[in-house]
Design a binder for this molecule. Structure first.
Ligand code: XMP
Length: 492
């Protein structure tokens, strides 16, 4: 009944996740017996197969800390100076308690109040970012009468005399006790004389309501593991040095077409200069692209071209591949060399994650799925009554204006061509809440397939025990909600 993956993916079609469906297999274990522990790359282990994309509307410090706390990892984007990127890595590693403050803002003393006054407090640091030295804070409730006026924050801030400082690695229980004892609304977390986070009472309550966190992804330094993206220019060698000093645990060569002489030379350089550091190459979608990078020495492969929600590469350049086919093909060769595969882009539900993992990937990399969360960079806005956050492609004109065009090897071109768009996604709440639910749904999918782990799923697929079919357009409609006048889309 159905087809083996080998047969289904050898017929000349480029299939997306939605095109294919698994036939159910045999269940002989409970959902909780499913383990999704995996590897990001040869030497980096994760307890959940989730990776945050190196995009400037997805992965900065709070996302990186939260993903690591969940047992996944984030790759910090490189659309900023190397010292800013290194500072994001350092900051992520210092966010032991992975709380992204929901109603406070950080600003520099030169900022004007109206431009940052959304939220309950404005914390003023020397650099306007974290980590940095705390200069004071503004309670926005004090400034009601200043609404609309352009005043410097510096002139209105309270000093730090009454501020409660606690060490950066205090856990939730200790922070809660201090807030209670001092009758304070917030505490400032400090490391080496710099503020690394501010935790307010309502965020402590919020975190307590989320599923319990496990040990998380911790490196040999005892801190969160954090990945970082770089390019393949000469200047990226210096960037890498900064990142390694800041504690980056793995590096991703960020390119839409990774099978290039530039990337191969960079892989060789990194493997020679930093033998302890895992390097992930890509992106690739074919067996021969993958073979080249494996030969150059990569520790992981990132798969996907044009499958991302904000991507226009396939339309602009006529190059790419359906993501289900790409993941299956690249994984089949990578597995022979022990190189883990990251299925990058095109994930919009837990079923897509099941498909990516069973088709051979070891992890999924997500942009839009994580954008719009409390942990994603940027402030929420309102559009037609909906709370939204910006989400943009790194190949959009807006992102490339900040330097990300090297991802498309366009740094020598005089005319810039967009390969992505700028958009927005709905508020999704905290990743600390919705990722555990998503993982539970993925485990149920594995159970339906009789696979209790990633290696067992891969073996069932390789041996032809797992069977698949292509869904017709009508079958895809039938597989979604249909025939209702209205319904509420709520999964947990
Ligand atoms: P999702 O579907 O998770 O995709 O939102 C995220 C992935 O998309 C890639 N990416 C781009 N691809 N133009 C592209 O063709 C772009 O501007 C762009 N920005 C990001 C990237 O691989 C990311 O992980």
């Amino acid at each position: 009944d159905g087809f083996s993956a080998l047969k289904l993916f050898s017929q000349g079609y480029s299939y997306t996740y939605d095109d294919v469906i698994f036939l159910p297999h045999y269940i002989d274990f409970p959902t909780d017996a499913v383990s999704l522990s995996t590897r990001l790359s040869r030497n980096v282990s994760l307890s959940i197969p989730c990776v945050a994309s190196p995009m400037d509307t997805v992965s900065e410090a709070h996302m990186a800390a939260a993903m690591a706390a969940l047992g996944g990892i984030a790759i910090v984007h490189s659309n900023c100076t190397s010292s800013q990127q290194a500072s994001i890595v350092r900051s992520a590693k210092s966010l032991r308690l992975p709380i992204a403050p929901s109603s406070i803002v950080f600003a520099s003393p030169d900022d004007s109040l109206p431009s940052v006054s959304h939220g309950k407090y404005v914390f003023v640091t020397e650099s306007g970012e974290l980590p940095s030295k705390l200069l004071g804070y503004v309670a926005t409730s004090d400034c009601e009468n200043l609404k609309g006026k352009e005043v410097k924050i510096f002139d209105y801030m309270r000093d730090c005399k009454s501020v409660e400082y606690v060490p950066w690695n205090y856990d939730l229980g200790k922070i809660e006790a201090i807030l209670e004892e001092k009758k304070s609304d917030f505490v400032v977390l400090e490391r080496d004389g710099e503020v690394v986070n501010v935790v307010i009472k309502e965020d402590v309550e919020r975190l307590k309501g989320y599923p319990k966190l496990g040990a998380g992804t911790v490196g040999s330094d005892g801190e969160w593991m954090v990945g970082a993206a770089i390019g393949t220019r000469e200047s990226d060698k210096e960037r890498l040095e900064h990142l390694v000093k800041a504690g980056a645990n793995v590096v991703v060569l960020d390119s839409s077409q990774g099978n290039s002489i530039y990337q191969i030379e960079m892989i060789k350089y990194i493997k020679k200069s930093y033998p302890q550091l895992d390097v992930i190459g890509g992106n690739v979608v074919t067996i021969s692209q993958a073979q080249n990078l494996i030969q150059a020495g990569v520790d992981g492969l990132r798969v996907g071209m044009g499958s991302g929600s904000i991507c226009t590469t396939q339309e602009v350049c006529a190059v790419g591949r359906g993501q289900a086919t790409a993941v299956y093909k690249v994984s089949s060769i990578a597995a022979q060399h022990g190189v883990p595969v990251i299925a990058d882009g095109g994930i919009s539900n837990s079923g897509h994650i099941v498909k990516a993992l069973v088709l051979g990937a070891s992890t999924v990399m997500m942009g839009s799925f994580l954008a719009g969360s409390t942990e994603a960079p940027g402030a929420y806005e309102y559009k037609n009554g909906q709370r939204i956050k910006k989400y943009r492609g790194m190949g959009s004109l807006e992102a490339m204006a900040k330097g990300s065009d090297q991802r498309y090897l366009g740094d020598t071109a005089k005319l810039k061509i967009a390969q992505g768009v700028v958009g927005a996604v709905a508020d999704k709440g905290s990743v600390l809440k919705f990722i555990p639910y998503t993982i539970q749904a993925v485990k149920q999918g594995f159970q339906d397939l009789g696979a209790s782990s990633l290696p067992s799923a891969h073996e069932l697929l390789r041996s032809g025990t797992l069977r698949l079919e292509v869904r017709t357009g009508a079958a895809q409609v039938e597989g979604g909600v249909h025939g209702l006048v209205s319904y509420e889309k709520k999964s947990f």
